[in-house]
Design a protein around this ligand. Structure first.
Ligand SMILES: Cc1cc2nc3c(=O)[nH]c(=O)nc-3n(C[C@H](O)[C@H](O)[C@H](O)COP(=O)(O)O)c2cc1C
Length: 371
């Protein structure tokens, strides 16, 4: 099943493997792209679907230095080269639209104070300049509680970023509503103490997500919009919130009227809780559109979850860092390259485009001679 075609709305995927969104921090400080990033995605175009690294939708939405943005013309032009290169290889590509909320620092946003539902500092760290020099993980500062106008402006930024993505030639967009960033901060009781219609009840805490997804879908088309949720992740310890699974189901219920491209569950990073089958069944009952899952999958576990009917597409993260031709390696039962974790974030072409490629179809894209 893993290698069979799948229709994601109107988009035909050549297989059910997706490349999961992964921040690699290889852009310029102001978020412009370069040819290494183009080559990186082009090498991985045999994935049924590529979901790009998180792309900040605004300066204040950036939480990691050197992430490629989608809010100015230079960035749009850079992404256009990426989508052209992926399409030329027959691939499909969505961009992940990202606003980190409080998970940042003025040294990363260009001096702006972080925005969040409430003025509460969290534990998750951004990636920015270190006092001792160089770049690394930095603590948050207390964010500013968003006014109603901030909420409207941020939703407009998402809509504009989605339009920019269409101009850049993407097949669709994925809203990053997982992993403790802005949308999850609205959902988490510990981060959201608002008393207006965006805080309190479950319906209020999913309102920002439901409204923003709907606005983006209206702007660029329902079938071009997916979103990512992580109800079973445990990233920011005090934020373990037993209500997250029911909030996720509430959001799905409210968005189920739209013919959206997919929901994508981020199920396993450093710390996590197992996802019960009962949750997966509830998702299928409520949600009529495709489901993507990601998190520590092997070829075998991916096949299992597809066959059980709990997912339509399985996304792979770390395997895709070191195996641009993962589809071919899985098909042919070939060994996988080992990952070099020291080159995950930041740096140059090393660890980005120089992993060995054996698939004869994409071998011409290999870059082996970095020095
Ligand atoms: C280097 C790295 C960067 C990541 N960046 C993002 C990101 O920008 N957006 C996101 O939603 N998830 C991000 N993730 C999480 C992955 O999308 C994926 O869910 C996770 O790695 C689990 O899948 P895996 O076990 O197949 O790697 C990142 C993971 C890694 C390893």
């Amino acid at each position: 099943m893993l290698f069979s075609h799948f229709n994601l709305g109107n988009i035909e995927l050549s297989n059910r493997l997706a490349m999961a969104p992964m921040t690699r921090s290889r852009a310029s400080l102001d978020g412009a792209l370069n040819d290494d990033i183009v080559r990186y995605y082009q090498q991985r175009a045999t994935a049924g679907l590529i979901i790009t690294e998180g792309a900040p939708i605004s300066k204040v939405g950036r939480g990691y230095a050197f992430t490629p943005g989608i809010y100015n013309q230079e960035q749009i032009d850079g992404w256009k080269k990426v989508t052209d290169a992926v399409h030329a290889e027959g691939g499909k590509i969505f961009i992940q639209l990202w606003h980190v909320g409080r998970v940042t620092h003025p040294s990363i946003t260009g001096g702006e104070q972080a925005l969040a539902p409430s003025a509460i500092k969290g534990l998750n760290k951004g990636y920015g300049p270190l006092e001792e020099g160089g770049y690394g993980f930095v603590d948050q500062e207390v964010p500013r509680a968003m006014t109603k106008q901030d909420i409207i402006n941020t939703q407009n930024d998402f809509v504009q970023a989605a339009k920019n993505a269409m101009e850049a030639g993407f097949d669709g967009v994925e809203l990053h509503s997982a992993n403790t960033y802005l949308f999850e901060q609205f959902m988490l009781n510990s981060a959201n103490q608002r008393t207006d219609e965006y805080g309190g009840s479950q319906e209020n805490r999913v309102r920002f997500l439901v409204e923003t997804v709907s606005a983006v879908a209206q702007a660029i088309g329902e079938d071009k919009v997916g979103f990512r949720l992580s109800p079973y992740l445990v990233i920011d310890d005090p934020d373990v919130d037993p209500e997250m699974p029911s909030l996720a189901l509430k959001a799905l219920e409210q968005l189920s009227q739209l013919k959206l491209a997919y929901v994508h569950f981020s199920e396993h990073v450093a710390t996590w809780r197992p996802v019960p089958s009962s949750f997966r069944r509830q998702v299928r009952e409520i949600w009529p559109n495709p489901v993507i899952v990601a998190g520590r999958h092997s070829k075998e576990s991916a096949q299992d979850i597809l066959e059980q009917g709990y997912a339509d597409v399985v996304a792979f993260g770390e395997y895709y860092i070191s195996n641009p031709d993962l589809v071919y390696r899985f098909k042919e039962n070939l060994a996988l390259n080992q990952n070099d974790r020291s080159t995950y974030y930041g740096g140059d072409a090393k660890g980005l485009v120089d992993y060995p490629i054996v698939d004869p179809k994409v071998k011409h894209l290999a870059v082996n001679d970095l020095c």
